[in-house]
Design a protein around this ligand. Structure first.
Ligand code: ATP
Ligand code: MG
Length: 285
């Protein structure tokens, strides 16, 4: 029987979240020491632990069938792989930063400047599209010290909170692009492997939907039900059950995590009482 080989980062910012995602899809991975590979006991997948830089190449060559890594690495390596789905974690920005005392007005600041980065391809494409000439100094790590030691006039790197920039006397002046973790796949998967991947994608989707939604229950006077139903779209439409108390009903539905405070405010205005909001474990559409 076929097994789907999944490449994830061996150790770094993506490792734990990648494993958590697979575990939340019901995949049991049993190895404590994380050597090079592990086999799942209850789903036909094998995990390969690699450096994130190597994942696009391995997926292109078919050493791994699929991989989980940052979009930034996928764009930079620019290999022939299928870009399947965004996973909603490891969100970050790829930004340009300059020493904090520089007067910055717009992108023309960078004309003929030296910029240190580990993402030369993404940066080159950006400045070519803006018609600005820059000199790119490619370095593999500790980019944020490049201006302090005189290697470059500016840097282009991953930024999340900006605290690393501040510590190194830099300020963020342009966000070039945003990135998050994605799932990539080899372009020539066998039918058997594609079927395993489809099952996995279905589970990822159910997990992500569940995380993004909440189950909501409330009691409402019958005369408000029509208005309340407009606020509660649900998957199809809300479930309505009569209460023992005359003239009242219980409504059940699903709301988006991002929306639920707004929804709760509107429901209260419409006379709803006893509102409960409950996390969803899995959501199959
Ligand atoms: P490796 O040893 O595997 O090459 P690395 O040092 O290149 O690891 P990490 O720093 O672990 O990589 O980052 C992995 C990915 O996590 C990045 O490519 C990016 O997509 C994302 N990432 C990096 N920094 C942050 C951050 N501060 N906030 C959120 N996501 C980040
Ligand atoms: Mg790396």
């Amino acid at each position: 029987m076929s097994t789907l080989k999944i490449a994830i980062q061996k150790s770094g910012r993506l490792s734990e979240k990648s494993l958590q995602l697979l575990e939340s899809c019901g995949i049991k991975i049993s190895n404590g020491d994380r050597k090079l590979k592990a086999i799942a006991s209850n789903f036909p997948v094998e995990i390969l632990y690699l450096r994130d830089d190597d994942i696009p190449q391995y997926v292109e060559q078919g050493v791994a069938d699929i991989g989980i890594l940052g979009e930034n690495e996928v764009w930079e390596k620019d290999k022939n792989v299928a870009n399947i789905t965004q996973l909603g974690f490891a969100s970050c920005k790829l930004s340009l930063a300059v020493p904090k005392d520089e007067i910055y007005t717009d992108l023309t600041f960078f004309q003929n400047k030296r910029i240190a980065t580990s993402y030369p391809k993404i940066l080159t494409q950006f400045f070519v599209s803006k018609n600005i000439n820059v000199i790119i100094e490619e370095i593999s790590g500790s980019v944020e010290i490049a201006t302090g030691i005189g290697l470059a006039d500016a840097i282009f790197d991953i930024v999340s909170t900006g605290s690393t920039l501040l510590m190194n006397g830099l300020k963020e002046v342009e966000i070039v692009t945003n990135s998050q973790a994605v799932l990539i796949a080899n372009q020539n998967l066998t039918i058997e492997k594609q079927e395993i991947l489809n099952k996995l994608l279905f589970r990822i989707d159910s997990y992500r939907n569940a995380k993004e939604n909440k189950y909501i229950l409330l009691n409402a006077p019958n005369e408000s039900i029509t208005e309340i139903c407009k606020v509660l779209p649900g998957i199809k439409s809300p479930t309505i059950l009569p209460l023992v108390e005359q003239g009242w009903s219980s409504l059940h539905s699903v709301v988006k995590e991002d929306d639920y405070w707004d929804v709760v405010d509107q429901l209260k205005m419409l006379g709803a009482e006893g509102i409960l909001i409950i996390p969803i474990e899995k959501m199959i559409k």
